[in-house]
Design a binder for this molecule. Structure first.
Ligand code: ZN
Ligand code: ZN
Ligand code: ZN
Length: 359
């Protein structure tokens, strides 16, 4: 009698089980394949955007009180810092280094397919009963723009029933723990039935073998691939993925505050433009922003329109406030930054970082 191969649990369907579905020829099992280039998009003619109004580019700056409060909050949020420098320090100078952040978001949809399987539970088997709709013809849910999400859809007219390859349609596979015997050598007496010469083994009552606990002595277990149903439903899954691809450009400034600090804060929104395809901003006072917009729009076009369908783009310009604050404490000069709408503080060398020893 030849036993079916032991199963390690669910596995990808064997190649012989695949049908050849027109329009889905590259589809494989187990992911990684089935990349589907979108059909060529039709470009509508977007009207040129209005120029952002100059009045909005004014640079705000924070008050001394705001700078002071932010610094006290900063010191108290670091549990070991003494609050004395923040509370008693005298602000001697404040300088603005406000900068711009340009952000381009390209919201895309991509589609891929793969052969999938599940235990057969009496579902309708519809393969080839009608022509299969193309991968980009299948309706998916309406996505929320600029939010990542995903939907998996069983492609209509690709489902068929196959014998389970893991158990050869028997619904059961031999137990690996006991090699299909249903029992194994007693671990207490190591098979002798006795220990210390003449004392009978309690664990196996002297039989030398014990029943296999993993299969309850049956020698076989339910096949996990088909869940004991003997048959599988094999079909093509279409995965629709919505991705927001975002790129930032921040204009370099000379305050000494590193740019990565600015990733944690928001700025004042000066300009926002969302449409199917955006055009580079024009007429913005900072030429760095204009050229970054041109470059990023070109890069996103090249990167995302080949492999996915662009659904919407959005560009924003924020003004991020940065204030460099100089203050005196115990006769020495120190410095910190207050930045972002959140008035976040960065201080490289806070003068009293351990409240237990200083004071
Ligand atoms: Zn024993
Ligand atoms: Zn067993
Ligand atoms: Zn099976």
């Amino acid at each position: 009698m030849s036993a079916p191969p032991t199963s390690d649990g669910p596995s990808a369907p064997a190649a012989y089980t695949f049908d050849n579905v027109p329009g889905y020829e590259g589809t494989v099992a187990g992911g990684g394949g089935g990349f589907l280039p979108p059909p060529m998009p039709s470009f509508p003619d977007p009207s040129p955007q209005p120029e952002p109004s100059q009045a909005q580019w004014n640079i705000p700056s924070i008050s001394e009180d705001t700078a002071h409060e932010a610094f006290v909050l900063y010191a108290s949020s670091n549990c070991c810092y003494s609050s004395a420098p923040a509370k008693d320090g005298m602000i001697t100078n404040m300088e603005a280094f406000n900068t711009y952040r340009y952000r381009l978001e390209t919201f895309t949809e991509s589609r891929s397919t793969e052969w999938s399987q599940k235990p057969y539970n009496g579902e309708p088997v519809d393969a080839f009963s009608q022509p299969t709709p193309g991968p980009w013809d299948i309706a998916a849910q309406a996505p929320t723009f600029f939010k990542n999400s995903k939907e998996v859809i069983r492609v209509p007219y690709t489902s068929s029933m196959k014998n389970c390859h893991d158990c050869l349609a028997m619904g059961r596979v031999p137990c690996k723990n006991c090699c299909g015997a249903g029992n194994k050598v007693c671990w207490v007496c190591n098979g002798s039935g006795y220990h210390h010469e003449q004392i009978r083994c309690n664990h196996c009552s002297g039989r030398g073998r014990e029943s296999c606990t993993q299969c309850q002595g049956q020698g076989a277990k339910k096949c996990t691939t088909c869940n004991g149903r003997c048959q599988l439903l094999v079909y093509i899954n279409l995965t629709v993925k919505w991705t927001n691809n975002s790129s930032d450009y921040i204009v370099e400034q000379s305050s000494g505050l590193l740019l990565e600090n600015l990733n944690q804060v928001t700025g004042k929104e000066l300009f926002k433009d969302a449409r199917y395809m955006v055009y580079p901003v024009m007429g913005f006072p900072d030429v760095n922003v204009v050229s970054a917009a041109e470059r990023l729009i070109r890069e996103h076009q090249a990167t995302y329109s080949q492999t996915s369908r662009v659904l919407q783009q959005r560009q924003t310009i924020e003004l991020i406030p940065i204030t460099k604050v100089i203050y005196q404490w115990k006769g020495k000069s120190h410095m910190y930054f207050v930045y972002g709408n959140e008035s976040k503080v960065h201080a490289d060398n806070y003068p009293a970082t351990c409240c237990c020893t200083i004071m």
